[in-house]
Design a protein around this ligand. Structure first.
Ligand SMILES: *Cc1c(COP(=O)(O)O)cnc(C)c1O
Length: 403
């Protein structure tokens, strides 16, 4: 079986993890702090906080911004459940907006109609690693009319004076938009280092801070750091220094720090991210693209334009003219030929947990029409050319047989 997305684990990663295990310090400490510095430098931001997942990162920022019940947060209907769940956990209502027909990112032209005086945050998602049009989105929330309808309750909301853009950049670490790197494209961006993501720490995530004046991103970092560790004013490492046992709890914080064991995996992954991982992913995308673009039945994904370059996270192939049942049958047959494929994503309005919102899938035609024709193909560093040929042959044969 050719797997869908196994992690790349080499001897250097194993050695780095063992080094941490033997060091006497396994939770948040020097390696997490080093990983944060390197990630911040990579993204071109001054401050970045590592946490235990992207989901927690999203929730922590929503809580920091004061999002609570009666508030609304705009999200795409075409995303993973984490985007919606983070909003629901704050008590707020996720307001879903359909995606574009072509690149599957949220349709910015539909956001205007979804904004109300209750809207506090917009969470765009860089689907498959392809960046959203951040210039357009960043400008939208600064329009006079939209600023005037913004009702600020918390001090932080008053300080920003407008809707916050919180990017769910779970897929887009390393992506570019107008020569800037994901993480520095809007107010705050959240990365995921889950096992299947481009850069992994087994489980993990990061909050990249890029808030405008008068925010001091270092200060926000310090606050979120404490907020992610019970609100305790000293972390375990600081407390472990001589006689430094006394602490205070500044607010009833959460618990979602990254461990140094996780950071060890990430440090080595980051070292080879551009030079090996992204190079291989790009080759795989290009190989798929030249193989499938020959076929009339294939709608190939957009991953590079003059102003944008993907992080090559997911290769989302769409088959023209098929329906959900036909797609499911094709996937089953691909599996029977020992190739693991996937579907990213089932539109949120179709899932049980979100029925209470009473969104009808018919109101999200682009999400549904893309979902019903979509097959995600394997993309990962260790995928060999031989495996790639097998995947292309199996997918082609199976689709052509079912047309
Ligand atoms: C993976 C993923 C997340 C969640 O990441 P975790 O680190 O597992 O919490 C959030 N959003 C999207 C779009 C994802 O694909």
């Amino acid at each position: 079986m050719i797997p869908f997305s196994p992690p790349h684990i080499n001897q250097e990663i194993i050695d780095e993890v063992v080094d941490t295990l033997k060091s006497g310090w396994i939770t948040t400490g020097p390696k997490t702090k080093l990983f944060e510095k390197q990630l911040a430098a990579y993204c071109g931001v001054s401050s970045l906080l590592c946490v235990n997942s992207a989901t927690f990162g999203l929730e922590l920022v929503l809580k920091w911004f004061g999002v609570t019940k009666n508030d609304e947060v705009i999200i795409p209907s075409y995303t993973y459940a984490a985007t919606a769940n983070a909003v629901i956990h704050t008590g707020a209502t996720p307001v879903m907006v359909d995606c574009n027909a072509d690149d599957l990112n949220l349709d910015i032209s539909k956001i205007r109609g979804a904004i109300t005086s209750k809207t506090k945050v917009i969470i765009p998602v860089d689907i498959a690693g392809y960046p959203v049009d951040y210039n357009e989105l960043n400008e939208l929330v600064k329009e006079d009319e939209i600023i005037q309808s913004f009702e600020a309750f918390s001090d932080i909301q008053k300080k920003l004076g407008r809707i916050l853009i919180l990017s769910d950049a779970a897929h887009s670490f390393g992506a570019n938009y107008h020569n800037k790197v994901s993480g520095s494209l809007t107010d705050i961006s959240i990365f995921s280092f889950h096992a299947v993501k481009n850069l992994t720490t087994a489980e993990g995530g990061a909050i990249a801070l890029n808030l405008p004046y008068p925010f001091d991103n270092k200060q926000v970092y310090n606050y979120l750091n404490i907020f992610s560790l019970h609100g305790q004013n000293k972390d375990a490492l600081a407390k472990s220094t001589k006689g430094n046992w006394r602490y205070d709890i500044l607010m009833p914080g959460y618990k979602g720090n990254m461990t140094d064991i996780s950071a060890s995996i990430g440090l080595v992954g980051l070292k080879y991210y551009d030079s090996v991982n992204l190079v291989r992913r790009k080759q795989i995308f290009n190989t798929y693209q030249s193989a499938f673009s020959k076929f009339e039945w294939a709608e190939t994904p957009i991953f590079k334009t003059a102003s944008k370059e993907s992080s090559y996270h997911l290769y989302l192939l769409r088959i023209k003219g098929i329906n959900e049942t036909e797609r499911d049958k094709i996937i089953q047959e691909i599996y029977e030929n020992d190739v693991a494929v996937n579907v990213h994503f089932q539109p949120l309005p179709m899932l049980t947990a979100y029925q209470y919102l009473e969104n009808k899938i018919e109101d999200y035609p682009n999400s549904f029409h893309n979902y019903e024709r979509l097959i995600s193909l394997p993309v990962y560093q260790d995928l060999t050319d031989k495996q790639l040929t097998v995947i292309i042959n199996v997918v082609t044969k199976t689709v052509e047989k079912n047309l």
